[in-house]
Design a protein around this ligand. Structure first.
Ligand SMILES: [Fe+2]
Ligand SMILES: [Fe+2]
Length: 215
């Protein structure tokens, strides 16, 4: 398949997943939450994600031969720690201890799975395209909802702006490098894996936030 058509097909797969979240947005989106205690839990979980995202992008640098992708990953690594600082400040403003948090099982699995990917197109498809694509979809939704308090929306406005500024770099990387049937097949499976694990992470987070389920 032409690589641009392929990248478009993956984007459709990701937006299909996003639409399944519309009826009943997960706690992750902050939209259904009614107390700051709940919002703090979600923000602590999402702060862990920023830290882990930076570790993963940075960890991929040495094994990424494509110089343009290496540079993009290096910038993304730095950016994740800026995002972490925004969330740390917001949590402190509410008297919470930012990193007083234990990752949920599916959350650990999701990041460990990203970390284990070895090929540039599968990495970019699984994480910046599918993973961050879903995250940013829900950020946009929470900013528009009008019911999420400003101590939550303020840091996410800045995070959302960063995500917008990159343009659609995962798409362009796939157009450039997902040029063989073998690479496309691996990237498609990595996206499916990413979405399955994300669904499980959202479920784990819902149960922790709503039912205090610990593991
Ligand atoms: Fe990011
Ligand atoms: Fe981030």
């Amino acid at each position: 398949m032409d690589s641009r058509e392929f990248a478009k097909a993956l984007e459709r797969q990701v937006s299909g997943f996003c639409q399944t979240l519309d009826v009943n947005p997960p706690a992750y989106s902050y939209i259904p939450l009614t107390t700051d205690e709940m919002r703090i839990k979600v923000m602590q979980s999402r702060l862990f994600n920023e830290i882990r995202a930076g570790e993963i992008f940075g960890g991929w640098l040495k094994s990424t031969p494509e110089l343009d992708v290496k540079k993009t990953l290096a910038e993304a690594t730095h950016e994740e720690y800026l995002h972490a600082a925004f969330l740390e400040d917001a949590l402190r403003s509410k008297g919470a201890v930012p990193h007083d948090y234990k990752p949920l099982p599916a959350q650990m699995a999701m990041f460990n799975a990203f970390e284990g990917l070895t090929d540039t197109v599968e990495r970019i498809a699984a994480f910046p395209m599918a993973g961050e694509g879903v995250a940013d979809y829900l950020i946009a939704k929470s900013l528009k909802a009008g019911t999420v308090p400003s101590w939550v929306t303020e840091p996410y406005q800045k995070i959302h702006q960063d995500e917008e500024e990159h343009g659609n770099y995962p798409f362009e990387i796939l157009v450039k490098y997902a040029t063989t049937a073998e690479k496309q097949e691996r990237a498609a499976r990595a996206v499916a894996m990413s979405l399955v694990l994300r669904r499980q992470y959202f479920d784990n987070l819902d149960r922790w936030v709503y039912e205090n389920k610990t593991y």
